[in-house]
Design a protein around this ligand. Structure first.
Ligand code: ADP
Ligand code: ASP
Ligand code: MG
Length: 469
């Protein structure tokens, strides 16, 4: 008995033609797979629009959020009218779209009155895009003659209450998923589940973070003990670099979980960084495939990569970062400075992407998203107030406008000279390296460079270390 999870991203359901293509793909597999679960994102641009609407409402701009409601209505209406027969489910689906957009409008109205949008309200608002797209696709599948039912993941994926970045509670989620989905699958129904969203145990809507539909698919894959999880997107697979930055980037046929984990963590948007977490233990293969080129095999991600040919497989960049430095000669030999520094960072909810400390102990450097830099510096200054007065610590400061560029490939392990190639390539392009870190898995090397060197650094590394490597 084969169980397959197929997730379709925003562009894959971005308009009527794309949704039609998704239905073709799903129908094509109904005969080949015993149990098929579909996960969908919101139509492309919809989550962004919902966020813009909520922010406009919070800032008092009623006209702007009303315009967004109208745009969203027009976009969804166009898709529904093009896809669904007027004599069939078209009318009820248009009503469904209206109901969700009325809900959006009502949320925006409340946000407008309150003058602020809380993370909890933002989750309720941003969940609407997936609720609508799942219903459109399920109706289209029914029209094409298969049993299909749209399901809100609020019934399935139970999370903590970290709104906008919720973590699933594994045991309850597993129980809910099998209780709710197994009977449907046994009856041959194809569930179309909303990606991205979940709910607390009290039933309050949460989201798993931007791009989280990939993670939703992997969570369901784990809970249903699926044979494979397939991520359908708008490129042929995971590529050697972001194709928008590097036009000659190539598809990588096979990657390991740890390689893809590093790539996603360091900015490759093609997969949400948490996607591999639920499936790694059960060794469930993950595929990345192109909705618009479905016969292309795509990228296969499993535990062990095939013998690495070439050492660096991909290069990626993560933008919008600041490098914070805590420095002072008096830090040498004082126990606990690092622990207190990172406790202060954690108190601000900031995630640290990279750390480097020289053995002289005169400074600790770490890289965090720029939007968290100011509160993090304040928190460290408060924590180290005494050390600052004593001049054991001279200053805590941030260098803004930096990016992390990362070269990934498990073949780097035990291959001497890779670092030299990377720094040689950057040096020849006159790119100044601000800081360096190597993952302990030895499957990635990261460098911090100025933001305006980022594109050049990625292209240069791709050219010298991957394409000619
Ligand atoms: P979806 O809506 O299907 O989830 P995303 O936009 O989230 O799609 O992710 C796919 C996009 O990720 C691609 O269109 C591509 O521009 C971008 N991308 C960035 N880095 C990579 C990479 N290394 N390989 C493939 N795509 C990448
Ligand atoms: N629609 C959500 C987003 O835009 C989730 C996803 O696309 O994976 O972030
Ligand atoms: Mg995505």
């Amino acid at each position: 008995m084969t169980t397959l999870i197929m997730k379709f991203g925003g562009t894959s359901v971005g308009n009527a033609d794309a949704i039609g293509q998704v239905a073709d793909i799903v129908l094509g597999y109904t005969r080949k797979v015993d149990r098929l679960v579909v996960v969908v994102s919101a139509m492309s641009g919809v989550t962004d629009a919902l966020i813009r609407g909520a922010l406009a409402a919070a800032s008092g701009d009623e006209q702007a959020y009303r315009a967004i409601v109208n745009d969203l209505r027009a976009g969804h209406y166009r898709a529904v009218k093009a896809l669904l027969d007027p004599g069939g489910e078209q009318a009820p689906l248009l009503t469904t779209v209206d109901n969700y957009l009325d809900e959006f409008s009502a949320f925006c109205h409340s946000v407008h009155i309150l003058g602020e949008v809380t993370p909890r309200a933002m989750d309720a608002i941003t969940s609407l895009g997936e609720r609508i797209s799942a219903r459109i696709l399920a109706a289209l599948l029914r029209q094409r003659g298969v049993h299909s039912q749209a399901l809100d993941a609020t019934e399935l994926i139970i999370t903590d209450n970290t709104f906008q970045n919720a973590a699933p509670l594994t045991d309850v989620t597993r129980t809910r998923v099998s209780a709710r989905l197994n009977p449907l699958l046994d009856e041959g129904v194809i569930p179309v589940v909303t990606g991205f969203i979940g709910a607390t145990e009290q039933g309050v809507t949460t989201t798993l973070g931007r791009g989280g539909s990939d993670y939703s698919a992997a969570i369901l894959g784990d809970c249903l003990d699926a044979d494979e999880v397939w991520i359908w997107t708008d490129v042929d697979g995971v590529m050697t670099a972001d194709p928008r930055l590097v036009p000659d980037a190539r598809v990588i046929p096979v990657l390991s979980y740890s390689e893809v984990g590093e790539l996603a963590y360091f900015g490759a948007k093609v997969l949400h960084p948490k996607t591999i977490l639920p499936i790694i233990e059960r060794n469930i293969p993950l595929w990345v495939k192109n909705t618009f080129n479905p016969s292309y095999p795509g990228t296969r991600i499993t535990r062990e990569p095939e013998a690495a040919n070439g050492q660096v497989k991909a290069v990626t960049a993560i933008q919008g970062l600041s490098m914070v430095t805590v420095e002072g000669r008096g830090m040498i030999g004082v126990p606990g400075i690092a622990a207190r520094t990172f406790a202060a960072v954690a108190s601000q909810g900031a995630s640290v992407l990279m750390i480097s400390q020289a053995s002289s102990e005169q400074s600790i450097c770490f890289v965090i998203p720029t939007k968290t830099a100011a509160p993090v510096i304040r928190a460290i200054e408060e924590e180290m107030a005494l050390e600052l007065v004593r001049r054991d610590i001279d200053r805590v400061w941030a260098l803004d406008d930096v990016v992390i560029v990362t070269a990934v490939g498990s073949g780097m392990r035990g291959t001497p000279g890779i670092a030299a190639c990377i720094f040689g390539a950057l040096g020849r392009a006159n790119i100044n390296v601000i800081a360096i870190a190597q993952g302990s898995s030895e499957c990635s090397i990261s460098v911090v460079v100025a933001a305006n060197d980022a594109v050049n650094a990625v292209r240069q590394l791709h050219k010298e270390v991957i394409a000619n490597g």
